[in-house]
Design a protein around this ligand. Structure first.
Ligand code: PRP
Ligand code: HPA
Length: 192
């Protein structure tokens, strides 16, 4: 069983193409931190935003970005999944819902990828329905899918081509969230 997954993961990566290396990723994240600091790190800005990481894909992005933010904030997480171990999205499934600490707050939502936009549209609406004062969507990558999305991100790290990617928190079939760069999976290696 373990060797099946080990070999399948290695085969996927063998045929994949690195589209953004670690340095490019880190440069993009530093720029995003700068954009957030430019808005929130002022003595006259007395906000105390709530930063919400969308688990599990945002775990790496969140861990990199947070120490680069220089203003007072509270951190929490939510857990939503739409892809599971597939390469096509389905219904949005909530695993950990937002808490009452969102009420009246400026909420900065961190996610790894805006693909079809269903997940973050759902997340944003839920936060607003719960009473968040403002929701800022910060996504590490925005996939150019060639059609309109139900939501747009306020802060974007990189725009990626319309390909299924792994790395920097993103997975295919559970594999390769741990890669420091971004790799596009070969179409023939996808299930759908
Ligand atoms: O814009 P969308 O098409 O809705 O896709 C984006 C979402 O898909 C991924 O989550 P996934 O459901 O794979 O769960 P994961 O975070 O555990 O990988 C990713 O982390 C985003 O939250
Ligand atoms: O391209 C992707 N890769 C990994 N996870 C994803 N979730 C939505 N799109 C993607």
């Amino acid at each position: 069983m373990q060797d099946f997954h080990h070999n399948r993961a290695r085969d996927l990566l063998k045929n994949a193409e690195e589209i953004f290396d670690q340095e490019a990723v880190q440069t993009a994240v530093a720029r995003m931190a700068g954009e957030l600091n430019a808005r929130f790190d002022h003595p006259e800005n007395q906000e105390f935003p709530l930063v919400l990481g969308v688990m599990g894909g945002a775990v790496v992005f969140t861990g990199n970005l947070l120490p680069q933010l220089t203003f007072p904030l509270e951190f929490d997480y939510i857990h939503v999944s739409r892809y599971g171990d597939e390469d096509k999205g389905g219904a949005v499934v909530w695993k950990v819902i937002p808490r009452s600490n969102v009420v009246g707050r400026t909420v900065i939502v961190l996610d790894d990828i805006l693909d079809e936009g269903e997940t973050l549209a759902h997340v944003k609406q839920r936060l607003l329905d719960m009473g968040a004062a403002e929701v800022i969507l910060a996504v590490f990558c925005d996939k150019a899918i060639g059609k309109a999305k139900p939501v747009t991100a306020d802060i974007i790290g990189i725009t990626i081509p319309n390909r299924f990617v792994v790395g920097y928190g993103m997975d295919a079939y559970g594999y390769w969230r741990n890669l420091p760069g971004l790799w596009a999976i070969r179409t023939e290696d996808l299930n759908s």
